[in-house]
Design a protein. Structure first.
Length: 394
């Protein structure tokens, strides 16, 4: 297949996904609601598209308009839960213009909504922490008397707490808030429901940030596993309740098999990202969350020798894949900006020293934004940071 004949990909997502597809020689376009998305400035991006917000019907309509104008069917990729959910909701129309391999819409909703997932996981036997879905303060009081402490409170969807009033009402953003007592749980519940009433109260799984793992898989439409890799989260930011800042590839057959079993119980096809935490007291793996999309750090797989995004591309268009499904362990992915922010907190907690931090960076690494082969996104990122700081001062 010549370069001009290759089916293009439309990417609504982060720079790692763009680079993974671009480095495989696949033509791609990038669409985003945010004008400061550095993916738009990648050397691999052939067209920049400004889309309505990914939660809106207008987003789907704009995708259809672009596809009609382009005059050819494209492959849809996203590492954004909101974009995946909206695409799935309007898949009957969008499927005419875009190749995709999403599981049935009910499965997508069951996985991406943590309240629904807590119910479904119990029904099908996926090992999750004890979870409750209080819908009122009265129900929260009942939960407060039943759950063991410490526990955590988290939103049904992570973007539920991406709200300008969150800092004022609750405090600095975290993916989850730990509560050590009944009083703290009820006080936290009162605050967070002012931002969004859909929350999950969940058993706290003992362990450090380095007890977190992510298994990333791709299944074809027959639910056959075509590729996978496992990332061990070494650090996250914000510490103890954030997203990965340093991840390393490992292989663990028992963890892979548990992920496979969970995928089959849930009826998964396409991309599958399942996050585990190993209980420090029991050694048992518990499922913390699941996504029907690429990992935000899928470029780690590419750097480790398995371009899982490109493998998915060839499967979706029905072409033989020239890539191998094997990867190297010990390769690291680093988000240097987040990792530097986290050093102070890890040091304060006695979990990290500067020499330990430097030693942890040894070995082969790939970066979230930094890249000599694709130098404009880092420069754009620096410009956007400086501009936001200037605007805050003004």
């Amino acid at each position: 297949m010549g370069e001009q004949d290759k089916i293009p990909a439309l990417i609504v997502g982060e720079i790692g996904l763009v680079r993974s597809i671009g480095e495989a020689g696949i033509p791609l376009y990038v669409g985003s609601y945010y004008t400061d998305n550095v993916s738009l400035y990648s050397r691999y991006c052939r067209k920049r598209l400004h889309f309505p917000h990914t939660t809106s019907e207008a987003f789907a309509e704009e995708m259809v308009r672009f596809a009609k104008k382009e005059g050819r069917k494209m492959v849809f990729f996203s590492d954004d839960d909101r974009a995946v959910l909206t695409f799935s909701r309007y898949r009957d129309e969008l499927g005419k213009y875009f190749y995709h391999n999403l599981p049935p819409h009910e499965v997508v909703e069951n996985v991406l909504d943590k309240r629904r997932f807590a119910v479904v996981a119990r029904e099908v036997g996926v090992p999750i922490p004890v979870s409750f879905n209080p819908a009122s303060y009265e129900e929260a009081e009942k939960v407060a008397g039943e759950i063991a402490y410490p526990c955590i409170v988290k939103p049904a969807s992570k973007d539920d707490w991406w709200h300008p009033d969150f800092l004022r009402l609750v405090g600095p953003y975290k993916k989850a808030i730990q509560c050590d007592s009944r009083e703290e749980l009820l006080a936290t519940y009162k605050k967070v429901v002012q931002v969004n009433p859909k929350v999950v109260v969940q058993e706290y799984i003992a362990g450090s940030d380095s007890d977190l793992f992510s298994v990333n898989m791709y299944f074809n439409a027959r639910k056959e596993l075509l590729a996978y890799f496992i990332g061990h989260k070494i650090r996250i930011y914000p510490v103890h309740a954030g997203v990965a800042s340093l991840v390393e590839t490992i292989d663990d057959p028992s963890m892979r098999d548990l992920a496979l079993d969970c995928a089959r119980r849930l009826g998964i096809q396409g991309h599958f990202n399942i996050q585990f935490k190993r209980d420090a007291n029991t050694g048992v793996l518990k499922v913390m969350e699941i996504h029907t999309r690429n990992s935000l750090w899928c470029y780690l797989a590419t750097g480790a020798g398995i371009n899982i995004s490109a493998i998915a591309y060839y499967d979706m268009i029905g072409q033989p894949c020239p890539l191998t499904p094997n990867y190297r362990t010990g390769v690291k992915w680093l988000d240097i900006a987040k990792d530097i922010k986290g050093i102070r907190d890890y040091r304060r907690n006695g979990e990290l020293t500067y020499p330990m931090w430097l030693r942890s960076l040894r070995g082969k690494r790939v970066h979230h934004i930094l890249s000599l082969r694709d130098p404009v996104p880092p420069l754009a990122d620096l410009w956007f940071i400086l501009r936001r700081r200037f605007e805050r001062k003004v």
